[in-house]
Design a protein around this ligand. Structure first.
Ligand SMILES: *[C@@H]1O[C@H](CO)[C@@H](O)[C@H](O)[C@H]1NC(C)=O
Ligand SMILES: *[C@@H]1O[C@H](CO)[C@@H](O)[C@H](O)[C@H]1NC(C)=O
Ligand SMILES: *[C@@H]1O[C@H](CO)[C@@H](O)[C@H](O)[C@H]1NC(C)=O
Ligand SMILES: *[C@@H]1O[C@H](CO)[C@@H](O)[C@H](O)[C@H]1NC(C)=O
Ligand SMILES: *[C@@H]1O[C@H](CO)[C@@H](O)[C@H](O)[C@H]1NC(C)=O
Length: 776
């Protein structure tokens, strides 16, 4: 009896306590905690555990609750569930969207109870479903940012009732209706950003009446038809319509435009003269359209123009030799057009100040990278109709071929997904046989049927010089008969020479001796595959030269001729001691993302994929803009034999060294090698002095203790990175270097995580800047 009494007392006091806490919590805090529950407790919100009043919860770049008095006016949560644009269907979504039990309807209902909200930023939280109309009840809202979630359906029309809205950002979702025509009902809207959705249909003319707009970004959708008259948007700074299906002529642009991005559409006609009056314009990208005529000379001399990209259009005629270039102009790309004549002196690529790309025209300079005059003349005289008809025919033919290829590919992929994936995964668990397998993997059939699927590759090819066969004489001339002064050193495979071609370009020449002699046919197929590996982050392979008579079995040397990348390799840059020149965290992120893109391309951009690319920091070259270029890729295609021999010699050597034993087992796994590059980017040159195992242990510990991190990370990083961004990369490094190859992430995941870390860093940097600005 007494025991029961005590029990009751305990229960009552518990209830009492719970009631007390509830009373202390404001009702707004309760709503926020309810939101956290509905978002399935993202770890970013753990900071809310120990506070009764969330107005006082600690803030960070990824979580912020702002209050005026007791009223919540701002809610910002940035999660880590990145929505991958364009890959919703068929993509395994479980770990990226919130689970089945999530209801976007109840979530928004809870949100709208916080009626005082002015700013709502809920990014990358895995929110999925159609955005409910009732969100308009937040009638004090000025900023709504729901980027990088999985919202689909239409953008709810009742949003137009939120008259105070200044910023509407829904980037990276899956909205799949038409572009709304009611944006002109906002009187204060300055930023409208709907990038990376699936909006289709035309761009409504009403958008030209939202005169308050400073930023209009609709890139990466499926918007078709004409660009409406936007000249009334007098405050517009940024117009981003890239990567849609717009197919009109270019209209006049708003006078104050600073950045105009219109690439990858089907825009036609000439560039209007009016573009020459856009005095504030800094960045103009019209590449990959169907524009004609001669680009107006005024474009090059606009006072503030710094980036001008006209590549891959159908521009004709010659650019007047008397034009002047703006002193700001740093990058000009006119490649892959039908331009003739010479280049005006201010576009002469010999000047260091300016990067100028002009390959793939019929210009009178650098003939090796120009097309035959006929190509440009024919299209010039041809009437417009004939041209359109031709294009129609071409499109039809290419479309037909593409369709067949796509169907074949799809079948192949479906079969491959089912079978090869598992097979590859199993193989990857066993270190040695992989090599054998990848060597025999390139059968003649597979090589001959190699298909190329990557968009990135197509883009890469448009700006890179065309591949060609060099003669031995040419190479001898370029290297003064392979003289000692031209010898750069023993590359990871074969000797390396630096040479200068007749036209003045510097090249790197790799000389491979072939132990096993392929049949000429087989060798040609291999070189053909190698020549297709083109990507902005791969050192460009310009061509090859086969030394030997062309009858079978007498080939003994192959030369591979590459672009010469002038600025040293990543390892030297990481060893840089001068504070000024040392790579900051954001530089390192950009470089790592570049490498990851290249490797992702090598793995998935071609079939068969190319899986061991000898990644290491001294194989990553940097150009003058610190753009990363992977060298030594794809060599297993051409010289399996050498690779195997060399690897086994290296293997014997390093087996003596225990800490390298692990590394040796994994040299053939790009993800593991990439992990080593990540590690070196984190800890700097110290990596080569102490063992990998040491750093792995320290890094794992650094997760729990911030102090530890300081000892082992490169000091430059600590000064230039945010804690969050750093943690993401450290965690990724650990995963890549996992001893179990099956638990390592795919290159796609790697790329994704890095981009996320860069985004977090950019947000942190942005916040810092605005802090400084608000203090000023
Ligand atoms: C915060 O609370 C949530 C839910 O109650 C829990 O899952 C999480 O582990 C807690 N985090 C910390 C750091 O205590
Ligand atoms: C628009 O902004 C102005 C100035 O910031 C403000 O006075 C006005 O009330 C706003 N209009 C609406 C409908 O919120
Ligand atoms: C949009 O996507 C959803 C979900 O995939 C689909 O059910 C709906 O029919 C699509 N709507 C339109 C207009 O395409
Ligand atoms: C884009 O729109 C066109 C028609 O305008 C349609 O044929 C095509 O399938 C759409 N593409 C996507 C990815 O929705
Ligand atoms: C050109 O750019 C500079 C700095 O970015 C700016 O101060 C100047 O106003 C711009 N000129 C014009 C004509 O907009």
């Amino acid at each position: 009896m007494a025991r029961a009494l005590v029990f009751l007392v305990v229960i009552f006091s518990c209830l009492f306590l719970i009631r007390r806490t509830e009373q202390i919590q404001t009702s707004q805090t309760q709503q926020l905690l309810q939101l956290r529950k509905q978002l399935q407790y993202p770890k970013q919100l753990d900071a809310w555990n120990n506070t009764d009043d969330l107005c006082y919860a600690p803030s960070s770049p990824v979580v912020h609750v702002g209050c005026e008095g007791d009223l919540v006016t701002m809610l910002k949560i940035v999660g880590d569930k990145l929505a991958k644009p364009g890959e919703f269907e068929g993509y395994s979504i479980p770990d990226q969207t919130l689970s089945e039990s999530f209801s976007v309807d109840s979530f928004v209902t809870t949100l709208t109870r916080l009626t005082t909200l002015k700013v709502v930023i809920l990014v990358s939280l895995g929110i999925w479903g159609p955005l409910p109309d009732k969100i308009h009840r937040l009638n004090a809202l000025e900023v709504l940012d729901l980027s990088s979630n999985f919202l689909y359906g239409s953008i709810p029309p009742k949003l137009s009732a939120m008259t105070r809205l200044q910023t509407l950002t829904l980037d990276g979702n899956f909205f799949n209706d038409t572009v709304p025509d009611w944006f002109d009902s906002f009187s204060n809207l300055t930023v409208l950003s709907l990038r990376g959705n699936r909006l289709h249909g035309p761009l409504p003319a009403t958008i030209g009446r939202v005169t308050t707009l400073t930023e209009l970004a609709l890139s990466g959708n499926n918007i078709s038809g004409a660009i409406p008259d936007l000249s009334g948007l007098t405050s517009l700074d940024l117009l981003d319509l890239r990567d849609n299906k717009l197919d009109s002529e270019l209209p006049a642009m708003p006078k104050g435009l600073v950045t105009a991005l219109l690439s990858k559409n089907s825009l036609t006609g000439e560039i209007p003269e009016q573009f020459g009056e856009l005095s504030r314009l800094q960045h103009l990208d019209l590449s990959c359209n169907l524009l004609e005529g001669t680009p107006p000379a005024e474009l090059f001399s606009l006072p503030n123009i710094s980036y001008l990209n006209l590549a891959s259009n159908m521009f004709t005629g010659s650019i007047s030799s008397s034009i002047t270039c703006s002193s700001q102009l740093g990058y000009v790309d006119i490649s892959t057009n039908r331009l003739t004549g010479g280049l005006p002196s201010c576009l002469n690529s010999n000047s260091n100040k300016r990067a100028v790309k002009f390959n793939g025209n019929c210009l009178s300079i650098d003939p090796q990278h120009q097309r035959k005059d006929k190509y440009c003349q024919k299209s010039q005289i041809k009437g417009k109709d004939a041209k359109t008809r031709d294009i129609g025919l071409m499109v039809a033919v290419i479309g037909g071929i593409t369709l067949v290829v796509l169907v074949l590919l799809l079948v192949f992929l479906v079969v491959c997904r089912r079978n090869c994936r598992r097979a590859i995964a199993e193989q990857r668990l066993l270190p040695k046989p992989v090599q054998e397998n990848s060597a025999t993997g390139f059968s003649s059939e597979l090589l001959a049927n190699a298909r190329y699927i990557s968009q990135a590759m197509k883009l890469g090819m448009q700006v890179l010089p065309t591949y060609r066969v060099f003669s031995l004489e040419e190479l001898k001339e370029a290297t003064k008969n392979f003289e000692h002064s031209a010898y750069v050193g023993e590359g990871s495979i074969g000797k390396l020479y630096k040479g200068r071609l007749e036209n003045g370009t510097f090249v790197a020449i790799r000389c491979l001796a072939l132990f096993k002699q392929y049949s000429i046919r087989n060798l040609k197929l291999r070189l053909d595959l190698l020549s297709k590996l083109r990507h902005p982050h791969l050192v460009c392979l310009l061509g090859h030269c086969v030394d030997g008579v062309t009858d079978d079995s007498s080939v003994n040397r192959i030369f591979l001729i590459y672009d010469y990348v002038p600025n040293g390799n990543l390892r030297t840059h990481l060893s840089e001691c001068s504070l000024e020149r040392a790579l900051k965290w954001s530089d390192r992120m950009a470089i790592l993302i570049g490498i990851a893109k290249a490797v992702h391309f090598l793995h998935t951009g071609i079939i068969p994929g190319c899986f061991n690319n000898r990644l290491k920091t001294d194989n990553i070259l940097l150009d003058e803009h610190l753009i990363a270029k992977v060298s030594d890729y794809g060599l297993s295609i051409i010289s399996e034999e050498i690779y195997k021999q060399e690897a086994s010699v290296e293997g014997q050597k390093s087996m003596h060294n225990e800490s390298l034993a692990l590394e040796m087992l994994n040299v053939d796994d790009d993800v593991y090698s990439f992990g080593l590059i990540l590690l070196e980017a984190l800890v700097g040159p110290a990596l080569s002095k102490k063992g990998i195992a040491y750093f792995l242990k320290e890094l794992a510990m650094s997760f729990s203790k911030n102090e530890e991190q300081k000892h082992i990370l490169d000091p430059i990083i600590l000064g230039t990175s945010s804690q969050e961004s750093l943690s993401i990369v450290i965690s990724l490094t650990n995963k890549c270097l996992s001893p179990e190859s099956s638990t390592r992430p795919s290159m796609e995941d790697v790329l994704w995580n890095l981009q996320y870390a860069a985004q977090v860093q950019a947000t942190a940097d942005g916040d810092q800047r605005s802090d400084v600005a608000s203090q000023a």
